[in-house]
Write a protein that binds this ligand. Structure first.
Ligand SMILES: Cc1cc2nc3c(=O)[nH]c(=O)nc-3n(C[C@H](O)[C@H](O)[C@H](O)COP(=O)(O)OP(=O)(O)OC[C@H]3O[C@@H](n4cnc5c(N)ncnc54)[C@H](O)[C@@H]3O)c2cc1C
Length: 267
């Protein structure tokens, strides 16, 4: 790293981080009012999370399998069977809102391709001044001293270029929201795929399963693998039964990989 980089402690983005901003919760009073109206009862499994309870409840409504119609099957087994029978629309009732930081624009471009069951809000490069932006260094580049040197040099040039172009286009006084937007829109054209971004995304259980199955084990996509691992780790405590057929592995390359395996055997 050159002296110039050394004077920029924020030049490199921190590792990806995933925060759970919102999660499912069951309204106990509403649930009890419903069961009372139906003169019925629901035996809930001890230890099921609110997300798991919500999925089970939605499934039970389909068959009104409460009271004497409720089988001895516990929550995890109930959800396992929903997945096995591909009755997966029920999984859509549980959804989470996540904040993801420390990922590149290259990554986010891939992520926002997931259209179904996902909602996104992303840091704007038109409204936000990217002059002090950070960059996400790919794992492969971290591993090579020469590639790392070249990469850092280029990132610095590009960020300097962004700043110079912004200054030049603002010379005649870019004022007002739309003028600033125009300047930043033009200047951002030199920012690379490695530019760090932040995303809030909401997604339901079914969509998250699809995402992990499609994206989690692409061997050559290390950034996607890292994010998939973060999502799976959170879901393993938010709703373990929802992801009982996904495993977090660390193959020979030392990077996390999310693999869909088979469902656990029936309880
Ligand atoms: C290994 C890999 C390589 C890729 N390479 C490229 C590439 O080179 N270029 C590129 O542009 N993209 C590429 N993609 C992106 C890919 O094509 C999808 O856009 C992305 O993975 C989102 O998946 P999805 O459409 O299944 O998800 P979602 O959009 O969330 O859709 C979920 C599911 O809903 C159903 N669905 C959604 N929309 C429709 C529809 N209109 N009609 C019918 N069914 C629908 C499908 O069953 C789909 O699987 C690649 C993805 C992977 C995993």
């Amino acid at each position: 790293m050159t002296a110039a980089h050394g004077s920029r402690p924020n030049f490199l983005a921190a590792d990806p981080a995933l925060y759970v901003l919102a999660r499912p919760s069951l309204d106990a009073a509403e649930l009890s009012a419903f069961l009372q109206a139906e003169a019925s009862q629901w035996r809930r499994s001890a230890g099921a999370t609110p997300a798991e309870d919500l999925i089970e409840l939605a499934g039970r409504i389909c068959y009104m399998s409460f009271g004497p119609l409720q089988s001895p099957r516990g929550n995890a087994e109930y959800i396992r069977r929903l997945i096995e029978q591909e009755h997966e629309s029920v999984l859509e009732h549980a959804s989470w809102t996540f904040l993801l930081t420390g990922v590149s624009r290259a990554f986010s471009h891939q992520m926002v391709r997931h259209r179904v069951g996902f909602s996104f809000s992303q840091l704007s490069q038109q409204y936000h001044d990217e002059a002090g932006t950070e960059f996400v260094m790919p794992q492969e580049i971290k591993a090579s001293a020469e590639a790392r040197r070249l990469w850092l040099q280029l990132m610095e040039q590009l960020r300097d270029g962004y700043e110079s172009i912004s200054r030049e286009l603002s010379r005649n006084g870019a004022r007002g929201k739309e003028s600033l937007r125009a300047v930043r829109s033009a200047a951002r054209s030199v920012l690379p795929n490695a530019t760090q971004t932040k995303l809030v995304f909401s997604a339901n259980g079914r969509a998250l399963r699809h995402f992990l199955a499609t994206r989690g084990a692409i061997v050559g996509d290390l950034e996607m693998r890292k994010v998939s691992a973060l999502i799976l780790t959170r879901l393993k405590s938010e709703a373990p039964a929802l992801v009982s057929d996904f495993e977090l592995l660390t193959p020979e390359d030392g990077q996390p990989l999310v693999k869909q395996t088979s469902l656990p055997p029936p309880a």
